[in-house]
Design a protein around this ligand. Structure first.
Ligand SMILES: [Zn+2]
Length: 306
């Protein structure tokens, strides 16, 4: 029997990625472009160059709140120009195959569950720690088609304000943005740190990767900021473990460089807080697919829906 192929797409605030994926999750070819003012037109151009074999469907993951029925994005704070655009309809018309739209963090979760860190586990929760925090839940091998805004569970009752309108969201403590904001605050209020002299004193240019580097060099503020993020991450995971009783919690995204510090603190917190019987069966693992998780998950979603 001939091999089946689908296309998986991952549209973020900065980049869009597309990949030709076979039915076993292998990426055969991949393309990448900047997300422009006209993302849909850019995407069509990108996909045309991937149509080297007959594909059966197109799966698209987009950062934002997705309307599955119409294949559109109803709200996308990081890519507002995509809001309301007929993504599924337009792709279907141009390429003559079914197209489906889902949330990007859900797609990353499905990708890791299919061929990544969760491949041997039926029940998985994934958190993606990037500029913000995204999430997805896979239960008995199936992606739960729920909001899964796991970055916005409350971990501090009267905590920091979140753009979502709540205070004390997980995202306000463990995202890359939260990490740098915490360090900038501490430096402004005079905390001693080697990071003060970074970028010739223009320390506002520090990234989360820089903070991790300084932590490895033994800088106390850098280490404390990562430990704090890890602790809040653990508080969030403890609730997710109590709700979903997953076999694995997979952590992905740009903060993964600091995995050792984050996971150590998070694990301590999960062990303290979650039900013992559930902690006993859960493993907390780093994601393995990197930037491919989203396109691979979107491809799987497309295969599942045709
Ligand atoms: Zn929030």
């Amino acid at each position: 029997m001939a091999k089946r192929f689908v296309i998986g797409v991952d549209i973020g605030g900065t980049n869009m990625r597309a990949a030709l994926v076979d039915e076993e999750g292998r990426v055969v070819n991949r393309m990448r472009a900047h997300s422009t003012e006209e993302p849909l037109q850019g995407l069509i151009k990108l996909l045309a160059s991937l149509m080297e074999v007959k594909v059966e469907a197109i799966g698209v993951g987009v950062a934002g709140v997705v309307d599955r029925a119409t294949g559109t994005v109803s709200r996308s704070p990081n890519l507002p120009v995509i809001e309301g655009q007929p993504i599924a309809e337009e792709l279907q018309r141009r390429f003559g195959v079914p197209a489906f739209v889902e949330n990007d963090a859900n797609m990353a979760a499905l990708g890791e569950s299919w061929i990544g860190a969760g491949r041997d586990s039926a029940d998985m929760v994934m958190l993606t720690l990037g500029t913000g925090v995204g999430g997805g839940v896979v239960y008995r091998g199936q992606l739960l088609e729920i909001a899964a805004e796991l970055g916005h569970i409350t971990v501090e009752a009267d905590g920091l304000s979140c753009p979502c309108g709540n205070t004390g969201c997980l995202e306000s403590y463990v995202s890359a943005r939260a990490l740098t904001a915490y360090v900038f605050d501490a430096l402004e209020s005079g905390t001693e740190s080697l990071m003060r002299d970074a970028y010739e004193g223009n320390y506002y240019r520090l990234t989360s990767e820089d903070i991790y580097r300084f932590a490895l060099e033994g800088d106390t503020l850098a280490r404390d900021s990562l430990r704090r993020a890890g602790r809040y991450l653990g508080i969030g995971i403890a609730s997710l473990v109590n709700i979903f009783s997953p076999e694995v919690v997979v952590i992905g995204g740009g903060l993964l460089g600091a995995w050792e510090i984050l996971s150590k603190e998070a694990t301590k917190e999960v062990e303290r807080r979650a039900f013992k019987a559930l902690v006993g069966r859960v493993r907390i693992l780093p994601a393995v697919l990197g930037d491919d998780a989203g396109v691979v998950g979107a491809a799987r979603m497309a295969l599942d829906r045709i």
